[in-house]
Design a protein around this ligand. Sequence first.
Ligand SMILES: C[S@@+](CC[C@H](N)C(=O)[O-])C[C@H]1O[C@@H](n2cnc3c(N)ncnc32)[C@H](O)[C@@H]1O
Length: 441
Amino acid sequence: MQIKKGTEIEVRIDSLVYGGRGIGEYEGKKVFVDGVAPGDKVRVSLTRIKPRFMEANLREVLEEGAVRIEPRCKHFDVCGGCKWQFLPYEEQLRVKEQQVRDSVERIGGFSGDLVGEILGCEEPWFYRNKMELSFGPKGMLGFYPPGYHYEVFDLEECFLQSTQVAEIAAKVREFARVNGLEVFDKKSHEGFLRNLVIREGKNTGEIMVNLVTAPGEFSQKEEFVRLMEGVDSVWWTKVFQEEGRRTRLEEELLAGKESLVEKLGDLKFDILPQAFFQTNTKQAEMLYSLVVEAACLKGDEVVLDLYCGTGTIGLFCARQARKVVGVEVNAAAVESAKMNAKRNGIENAEFYLGSVDSVLGELPKADVVIVDPPRSGLGEKVVDGVCEFGAARIVYVSCNPATLARDAAWLRERGYSLEGVKPVDMFPQTSHVESVAVLSR
Ligand SMILES: C[S@@+](CC[C@H](N)C(=O)[O-])C[C@H]1O[C@@H](n2cnc3c(N)ncnc32)[C@H](O)[C@@H]1O
């Protein structure tokens, strides 16, 4: 059979690779497919043909792999949120741990024995502290299916959000329907309602609601505020656009207090509507505790917290270090970090706005460097800069095992040895995996 784009073939899925795609083999070539489980026999249609691998779209599952289970949520087929629901949680953990081990071995050239057992979630459902829903035509409020930018499906159930959050979403949906509020149309740029963002302090019980709209008259504002009675912080955010591109936001506090308070360990964090905060509160506490443990602080160290976001990791370390210096490129996050230091009475932590690659030379010498970069990792230039500090330990928090393994290999060339890697599951039911790696000189 001549193989070309669109050709349909049958393939058995051997395993899942980083990013969540399944991998099988056809006539000596690897085939990558989305939406499949290990052991599945599937019919797929080829979309890309390369000398060593092919990519394909799933057409039909011919035989289900033994590990498959019935997805819990009725929206599984359309929603891109929980794509691994068809795997039991133990199997999700096994696959994630193996993916980290594979990256460390194949990309980094290290022994896979350095990878420890994955730290799973006690509760693999209802863990999200933030839900961002989109309004759609005919009173719908839900998510865009993967690959769709204009059509929202109505979210009737979601096992990642709490009942309280679901109830607020249902109330707002009804409010929009009853009042006949127009939904913003991404094509014509007309209409009003865009998103509903609900945040929940899992350890404090506080709730923040942010109604995001296009600029315009909100004549039912008072009624909306009454509807949100009991919510700790109610915001209205207007998104301004020019030629289809966001130019600025205008935020108005409608009721309650400005920020939502969340507790991690014994620290309290003020979270403003636009600020980044780890979405799985319980696992964030576990992750940060692991980082502090890995840093082996005795009290007299200078610690750098690079890519510090709202300063959570640095603040977790501050009481056990002489000084913490955080660097972050997002101005709102740096403001939050400073605010959170003050709120917790921490005086030995400083946070600076800047891009890590351009400010490394201006930072003090450090005993411990903690890095938590985006998926693209550090890159060789930042690895070089980090090595200049001569720190005894580097703690590397990573959301991408491939770039972690690559960077760890560069650090090895410059005198650091990898002591261990601990995978952590922050996002059950998805293919994402976080890791904490420790390197020492
Ligand atoms: C994975 S998050 C980590 C945030 C924080 N450590 C936490 O746990 O909440 C990565 C952070 O790096 C920031 N960032 C991305 N590129 C950066 C750069 N070149 N320099 C400094 N910060 C950067 C992002 O804004 C984001 O806050």
